[in-house]
Structure formats: C-alpha cells, structure tokens
Design a protein around this ligand. Structure first.
Ligand SMILES: Nc1ncnc2c1ncn2[C@@H]1O[C@H](COP(=O)(O)OP(=O)(O)O)[C@@H](O)[C@H]1O
Ligand SMILES: [Mg+2]
Length: 306
C-alpha cells in the first residue's frame, strides 16, 4: 500500500519535473493553451471579419434593429464579442455616435435585474420603488430618448449568452429596438447565443421579435490555415514573441501532420483545438522520448477529450 502510494507520488513528481523541463526548453509560459482570460487581441484569429463589417454597415444605416450572432458552445462567440466591441468602439463614426452597454451572462440575473443593469449603465438612479419591470423599462426608454435628443447619442446593447434570456426580457429588448425619433432608430440590440436561442424564438409570441432581426450570422470555426495560425499565435504569445506568421518553425514542436490531424479532429472548433493541443502536450510528457508532437500523439490525445 505504502509502496503504491510512493510510486504514485514519484510518478507525479516526475511528470511535474518533465513538464518544467519541457517548458523551459521551449521557452513557454506555464499557461500555454490554457483558457484563462487572454489579453485582448494576443491570440485573436481574425476569422469572422466579414460579420463585423456587416454589423458596422448596419449600425451606420438607419434600419438596423436586432442583430443575432449564433454558434455552438466554444466556437468563439465571446471572443468575437470582445473583438467586435473593440472594433466598433474604435470606429471613428460608430464610436462617437453610440454608447455601448454589455451584459455578459444575463442567465445569472432575474428579468428585473437585467433591466436594472441596463438602467445603471445609463446612469439611471433607481429608487427602491422601481421594483417592477414595466416601470424600469419605461425609465430606460425615456433615458434612451433623452440621450438622443440632448446629446445625440444612440445606444447599442450587447448581450452574450442570449439563449438564456427569458421571453419577457427578449420582448422588452424588442421594445427598446423599436424606439425611434424623427425616423431614426435610437437603440440597437446585438445578441450572441447558442442555436438554442432558436427554440425560444420559435414560440408564436416571438414572431414580432423575429421580424425585427436584420442580421442573422452564424459564427464559423477555423479553416486549416486559421487552425495553424491559432496554434502559432499561442506559441508565440507563450514565448513572449511577436506573432510573425505561420511556418514550420512557428508551430514547433507540433509537426505539420499534427496540425493537420488537430484540424481534422476538431473541425476547426477553437475550444477543441486548444484542448487537443494541451492534451497532446500531456501525452508527450508521459512518453518523454523526444520533443516533437506528431499526429500519433494527437490521436492518443483525442481519446482523452471530453
Ligand atoms: N477568433 C478567435 N481567435 C482566437 N481564439 C479564439 C477565437 N475564437 C475562439 N477562440 C478561443 O476558443 C475558446 C472558446 O471561445 P469562446 O469565445 O469562449 O466561445 P463561446 O463563447 O462561443 O463559447 C476560447 O479559448 C477562445 O479564446
Ligand atoms: Mg461565450
């Protein structure tokens, strides 16, 4: 019993030591291929720029109301949201014309709390008596209108994880998106969510909401080149180097056939690519007979994917 425990402890220690050595050899940070909040832009692969262009175009026009961006979990919606927001804020026209309100995870809040969050971003000072949705919604509508009339400022409300919004909340957002002054739509709504949102929208009650969707865009995973770029960007970032494009050196210690295998197995789904890379490193460390990570190692790693 003691012997097994000692053997176990020493195996873990050996693995830790092997990891330390391997990372030192390659000049990597400990956090390579880990899913911590990344510094903006460091790893970003620009694979959905056409969607941002469409959104910017819609925001410059008068017609746009609701924009819906959807895609499977891990496809990159939140990552895209950060990039889109940064680009729109930096756009000389849109950045000046709009104020931005972002709610990351409305599922954490009640319908009333979601509205109160939007209201507090608009600097509405709610008194305790504002405890019903209609009252808060009408305060928000009034403030959106005042902001436009007095300061010429329009509002963009961005909600991530929008599949978690209730039908009531979606209906209130629809009301905001209808707000108009002298033929100009004052409040635009951008929703990001998994395809589950379509289940909610399939309710007959939601037909008026669907009528207002101007752009419906499905986020795509990476193609082969973007997959290689993603891996190369992680490696460069981990080595504290600038990303200089993709070649055989930039993806080292992954071999080109390993990258091909990762692409095939992940179908370009970014979260899966990241996990496969991390698991491949684990497999390599358990068989420390070299540095390179080839397609056989990736095939071993995929068995551990959950
Ligand atoms: N365009 C991209 N560039 C770089 N990394 C990305 C990109 N899209 C997604 N990722 C990475 O893939 C993982 C999942 O992305 P995330 O935005 O959280 O997906 P979702 O919100 O759709 O569940 C994260 O680790 C994220 O950093
Ligand atoms: Mg997300």
């Amino acid at each position: 019993m003691t012997w097994t425990r000692d053997a176990f402890t020493s195996r873990i220690k050996n693995l830790d030591a092997a990891r330390k050595k391997y990372y030192e050899l390659l000049g990597w940070r400990k956090t390579i291929f880990q899913d911590a909040e990344l510094p903006a832009g460091e790893i970003y692969v620009d694979n959905n720029e056409d969607c941002i262009i469409q959104i910017a175009h819609a925001l410059n026009g008068q017609k746009s109301q609701i924009i819906l961006i959807y895609g499977d979990a891990g496809i990159g919606k939140s990552c895209f949201r950060r990039e889109m927001e940064a680009e729109l804020r930096n756009d000389p026209v849109i950045g000046k014309k709009y104020m931005f309100i972002v709610i990351d995870d409305p599922g954490k809040y009640t319908d009333l709390q979601v509205l109160r969050l939007i209201g507090s971003e608009l600097n509405i000072d709610f008194e305790s008596k504002w405890n019903n949705r209609e009252a808060v919604a009408s305060m928000i509508l009034k403030r959106l209108l005042d902001n436009f009339i007095e300061k010429k400022v329009q509002t963009i409300i961005i909600l991530d994880e929008a599949q978690k919004l209730s039908l009531n909340s979606l209906d209130t957002l629809k009301q905001f998106s209808d707000l108009e002054y002298a033929g100009i739509k004052i409040c635009r709504i951008i929703l990001l969510g998994t395809p589950e949102i379509f289940k909610k929208l399939s309710s007959p009650l939601m037909e008026p909401f669907i009528d207002r969707i101007l752009i419906k865009f499905e986020l795509k995973g990476f193609n082969f080149k973007e997959t290689a770029e993603y891996i190369a960007r992680w490696i460069a970032y981990s080595k504290n180097e600038e990303f200089k494009g993709v070649d055989g050196t930039a993806i080292y210690p992954f071999t080109p056939d390993a990258v091909e295998k990762i692409f095939q197995l992940s179908k370009g789904h970014p979260r899966t690519i990241r996990k496969l890379c991390a698991l491949s490193i684990d497999v390599r460390l358990e068989n420390p007979k070299g540095i390179e990570i080839d397609s056989n190692i990736v095939e071993e790693a995929v068995k551990r994917l959950i």
